[in-house]
Design a protein around this ligand. Sequence first.
Ligand code: ZN
Length: 393
Amino acid sequence: MPAKKKSTKPDHNSIWRERLRYFESRRDALVQTIRSFVEIESPSDDKPAADCMGAFLAGTFEAIGGRARIHPAEIFGSNLQIDFPGNDTSKPVLLLGHFDTVYPMGTLAKMPCRVEGDRLHGPGVLDMKSGVALMLYAVEALKAWHGSLPRPVTVFLVSDEEVGSESSRKITEELARKSAAVLVLEPAAGSRGAVKTARKGVGDYTLTVHGVAAHAGLDPGKGHSAIVELARQITAVSRFNNLKQGVSANPGVIRGGTRTNVIAAEATVEIDVRIKNGKQAAGLDRKMHSLKPYDKRCKLTVSGGINRMPMERSAGVAALYEKAEQIARQIDWKLEEAAVGGGSDGNFTAGIGIPTLDGLGAVGEGAHAVHEHILISELPRRALLLAGMIEEA
Ligand SMILES: [Zn+2]
């Protein structure tokens, strides 16, 4: 039998392998870029510092042909949009991320950016300065491979994600509406680097009890303790938990009273809630607002609400995951998906019905913690996946 004729056309797989090699050759440069981002501290609540970071990023993205536009913000850092034209008129893909971190100024001195084996450590390295760098390298690679970008790309980098995205949310949603899909460069889920196809919704509530103060020794019968009432309310709120259904309510911070010999006039609890779907969000919100005092002489006020609606695994989300999975398969990588409890700006874009895939950023551990790090060896294939998704999404 004649031997099977070898095709002269390079097969699909070999193109992807070549692309992977390209990113492997860029790996050290990518690590250097990530380091340069981490070494500019940018806590959400320090506007001058965050603005410095924003300006640096604007310059970095402009250097590869982007057009930067600063969206001024008053309290937090200004938000940064960078547009890249493509060689067709299709809708852009939106690359979404943030450059603020949870670490106060000066953290770098105690937690320096450093390489240890395969790990790159530093404040915000995983969440998510490496994700911002991946955007830069994926766009640059596509330009190198195609001569120009195959489609328009919008990068939006937010300054206040870690504190609720108040100043950026509207812009994020506006840009998402103009886009075919949203790719969020938040960290991957777990050590296997799964992308995120569902995220819980998040809410914040503050419950304040107004009681009646009295001298604890002279007039104990005249007081109505806000603290005692608050304790009962906290028990009531903790009954809202239904972990099996994915609903949780955590009274995380309490304050109240003035001194031990005074029956407390006021006490407060701050509650974080998580929900998996829109129905649970509405139900929990109703429950929070219909709390009643046990002691009729105490008054309750409830403020806050659901801040990020759940990112549900819609058909559009599932289709994006399928594309990602196919790209990964080209290099024999079995890309997994995950549903996670934390919220991101991806909740906003998925919430308004724009296909969104999250967790495309780096693989690592310890977001918001002293051991925060990424795995350097995972960077090339993450960059490859992102480049592929910009083409395919
Ligand atoms: Zn993040």
